[in-house]
Design a protein around this ligand. Structure first.
Ligand code: UD1
Length: 359
């Protein structure tokens, strides 16, 4: 009896790594499929090396494209893999296009699906991830929930109780496992920065970086913040493509870098004074690491980071970000705690449920 696990894009790697390792330790026949949604060295391969993810058994090499093209190409390739391997379960994680594409194929072939990070909702269907989340959950058989809001959302949507498993957050399993190694490297020294004395920024959401006006506003906001705190900005390929088309002055206090490998980024994250982001996962990692996070979005599918954690959801006005940064610098910080079951044992709980299910 074999299982197929899917990875495709950067945020999948840190969630799937602990689960794959756990299943391998239990001696399960796990076929790892990488769709190739992300393909650059620093968006993909380097994570396999650092997170000890085994080499994929199958690489689909799908690459970039519109949503329809990317999703359809993955579906066509994945259908023949399922036909050949006849797996007893397909495991998908998160909310990227690879997640939905593979879940849809499995569902049509009557192959059970396990969804890691089920139940998160931003209630904003202009985000492609929200559509991917809703549809994947609807057709999954095992729904692994990372935070309390997920239970409420799925119950409201009528999901049967026996499909839902509140296992905690397996991305936090990875943070817990690798944090010491990440800090040993002291990555901030490479940029001549001191701990607790820089602001780390990530921006890649289409709604923030695809329009020139919005991206210009973000750069001007970072130039402004860099007058009081040095800024480190590892730039996602989507953001870079858009930035390259603009003529804009970036001040010396803003260090633009390539996307960072996992350990380097985790080190930077853990010792930042403030993080500004539009990512989903980084809202969770900062909450776990007790770092002040300013989220440049109108909503979040991870409300636990705001309720329990250190996340400030400020909306997409650059003035509100600057105001919040100044407040934090003046000592008005959020005292957070770690959400329930974010204890580093999520992958273990997941593999227990899977073992029982397959029996
Ligand atoms: C995807 C996910 C998003 C996740 C993000 C993390 C979907 C719908 N979105 O968005 O949820 O937060 O990954 O990074 O699945 N590119 C490269 N090299 C790469 C990958 C991408 O140059 O290795 C460039 C291409 O120009 C591509 C663009 O980045 O067109 C966007 O990539 P894509 O996979 O479409 O979506 P992301 O914005 O990365």
């Amino acid at each position: 009896m074999s299982i197929i696990s899917i990875v495709g894009a950067r945020p999948n790697f840190m969630k799937m790594s602990p689960v794959i390792n756990e299943l391998n330790q239990l001696g399960m026949k796990n076929i790892l499929v990488h769709t190739g949604q992300h393909y650059d060295w620093n968006m993909s391969k380097v994570f396999f090396n650092e997170l000890s993810i085994p080499k994929p058994d199958i690489f689909l090499n799908i690459g970039s494209g519109t949503h329809a093209v990317q999703t359809a190409k993955i579906m066509i390739e994945f259908e023949s893999i399922c036909a050949a391997k006849n797996p007893a379960l397909v495991i998908v994680a998160g909310d990227v296009n690879s997640t939905l594409a593979c879940a849809l194929v499995a569902a049509k072939m009557n192959i059970p699906i396990a969804h890691i990070e089920a139940g998160l909702r931003s209630f904003d269907q202009t985000m492609p991830e929200e559509i991917n989340r809703i549809l994947t959950d609807r057709i999954s058989d095992l729904l692994f929930i990372s935070e309390g809001s997920g239970i409420k959302n799925l119950k409201k949507e009528g999901v049967q109780k026996n499909k839902m498993f509140f296992v905690g957050n397996c991305m936090i399993d990875s943070v817990k496992k690798y944090i010491d190694k990440a800090l040993e490297r002291q990555p901030w020294l490479k940029l001549n920065l001191a701990q607790q004395n820089y602001c780390l920024v990530t921006m890649h959401r289409p709604s923030n970086v695809d329009s020139p006006e919005s991206l210009l506003g973000i750069i001007s906001m970072l130039n402004d913040i860099s007058k009081s705190l040095p800024v480190v900005f590892p730039v996602h390929p989507r953001t870079k493509n858009n930035l390259d088309k603009l003529k804009v002055e970036i001040k010396k206090g803003v260090s633009i870098t390539e996307p960072m490998p996992y350990l380097e980024f985790l080190g930077f994250l853990a010792r930042a004074k403030i993080v500004i982001t539009d990512s989903g996962g980084i809202q969770e990692e900062t909450t776990y690491l007790n770092v002040q996070c300013v989220t440049f979005r109108e909503n979040t599918e991870r409300p636990e980071t705001v309720i329990t954690g250190t996340n400030h959801l400020v909306g997409t006005s650059t003035d509100s970000v600057i105001k919040k940064v100044n407040e934090i610098l003046n000592g008005k910080i959020k005292i957070g705690s770690i959400p329930e079951r974010w204890d580093g044992n999520s992958a273990k709980s997941i593999s227990k449920v899977i073992t029982k299910f397959l029996r």
